[in-house]
Ligand binder design. Structure first.
Ligand code: HEM
Length: 430
């Protein structure tokens, strides 16, 4: 968030410290990474960190160049993450995962041709037409959630609202009961731990246990939908046929669970963080709030600008498939890369005054918050629908929002891939 970038200043002197000495995983850097990004973009847009060997790509144009070459810069990073920093999976974690199913790489962590096949099938679940028809439904979920706390004149917005809207929408779309929502949150958090690649051992073991729990639950749902199909995404996927080298077949558990885990996880924290950030901007800046409230046509670009400035999917992994070069910088087969979407979205050579929130920025939609290339977010239209529907209702019902004194730390979770604050306390007129 532009206004809060200084919320907790890193202990290091980022302006002077040699890049090679900065620990990019330091919670203080993760809390406010922008001074570090500015230095990366100007001094080393492609930078191999000598401490970790990870190669960062930080400018808008070079990130686009990486994403245009999926056969060189691959998304098959699943194994590397499952193995953690040691390169091999912890034996106890392996024993836990043995009780579950080894999922195959389908979308996010797959390359063509497998990626193309699974993506085609999954995209059918969120067609333009289906999502466009969801406006009234999303408005009802939004209003019902706000009804549950509006009389109090105060709330912690992320846990009262932002966590629930995307989870309810995805649970309803999949065709699983809302009453299981607490479990979905637990499982979603477990996958985030695995993807983040930076958690301690105990947290990873607990995440592995939860992932096995998730699998058991969804195998039961898959069997229910196989026997009695209903109008929902699980039924569609269970009965969909995958065309493979002339053969047509339905998907097995390892494929279905992989797709379901991505649909369940990918859209929750990301959308929740964006909703929370949007309300933060509206609360922190009354002039912005008045401008957006007076002109509903600004809502879509307000959402895009929130996505650009926050970039909830802040970094994404890639694996180098063959010796290559990027921006004149040689990279070697097997190296791990980070495409730094959060930095590309603040690249001054693409977005003038990149740290300013401009709800009428003409090219805001060119941001990288949904990625770019063959892995561009499959849920982007759904997430946008949720947000452009929810924000006018939030503006209308949580009048004159303000931050209660001393309640907000405005600290960002120490996660390499996901960016957002854990809590946002607000008060508003009843
Ligand atoms: C504000 C909300 C969201 C943000 C910021 C976001 C961000 C992203 C990004 C950056 C990628 C590309 C990853 C890469 O470059 O490798 C991605 C992919 C993906 N997203 Fe989202 N996402 C959001 C919402 C959703 C929703 C609602 C869903 C599910 C319905 C979803 C499902 C997926 C899936 C399955 C992929 C993998 C696509 C592929 O590899 O082909 N996302 N998302």
């Amino acid at each position: 968030m532009a206004h809060d970038d200084a919320a907790a200043a890193p202990t290091l002197d980022i302006a002077r410290c040699p890049l090679a000495e900065i620990n990019a995983f330091d919670p203080a850097i993760l809390n406010d990474p922008y001074p570090y990004y500015r230095r990366l973009r100007s001094e080393a847009p492609v930078f191999r960190d000598p401490k970790t060997g990870i190669v960062s790509v930080s400018t808008y144009d070079l990130i686009m160049e990486v994403n245009r070459q999926p056969s060189v810069f691959s998304n098959a990073f699943g194994e590397a993450l499952r193995s953690g920093s040691t390169g091999t999976m912890d034996p106890e974690e392996m024993a836990i995962m043995k009780d579950g199913i080894a999922v195959v790489d389908t979308m996010l962590t797959a390359d063509p041709p497998a990626h193309t096949r699974y993506r085609k099938l999954s995209a059918k679940a969120f067609t333009h037409k289906r999502v466009e028809q969801m406006g009234a439904y999303v408005a009802k979920v939004t209003n019902d959630l706000i009804d549950s706390f509006v009389d109090q004149g105060a709330c912690e917005f992320k846990s009262a609202f932002a966590n629930h809207l995307p989870m309810i929408v995805i649970a309803d779309s999949l065709g699983v009961p809302r009453s299981d929502m607490d479990r979905f949150h637990r499982w979603s958090d477990a996958f985030v731990v695995q993807l983040g690649g930076v958690s301690d051992r105990e947290t990873r073991l607990e995440a592995a246990r939860r992932i096995v729990e998730f699998q058991r639950y969804f195998i039961d749902r898959i069997e229910e939908k196989r026997a009695n199909p209903t109008e929902d995404v699980i039924s569609d996927l269970v009965h969909a046929t995958l065309a493979e080298e002339g053969d047509a077949r339905t998907m097995d558990y390892s494929e279905l669970l992989s797709i379901l885990q991505q649909l369940l996880v990918a859209g929750n924290e990301t959308t929740a963080h964006t909703l929370t950030a949007g309300l933060y901007y509206l609360t922190a800046d009354p002039a912005l709030r008045a401008r957006v409230a007076a002109d509903p046509e600004l809502i879509p670009s307000f959402v895009e600008e929130t996505l650009r400035l926050l970039t909830p999917s802040h970094n994404m992994w890639r694996v180098v498939k063959q010796d290559a070069e990027i921006g004149g910088f040689p990279v070697k087969k097997g190296e791990i890369m980070l495409v730094r979407y959060g930095s590309g979205n603040r690249d001054e050579s693409h977005f003038p005054h990149p740290d300013d929130f401009d709800p009428a920025r003409p090219d805001a939609r060119e941001h990288l918050a949904f990625g770019a290339g063959i892995h561009t977010c499959i849920g982007a239209q759904l997430a946008r629908k949720e947000m452009v529907t929810a924000f006018p209702i939030i503006l209308d019902r949580l009048k004159n929002p303000r931050f209660p004194a001393g309640r907000n730390a405005f600290r960002y979770s120490p996660n390499m891939l996901l960016r957002g604050v854990a809590e946002l306390h607000i008060e508003f007129d009843r």
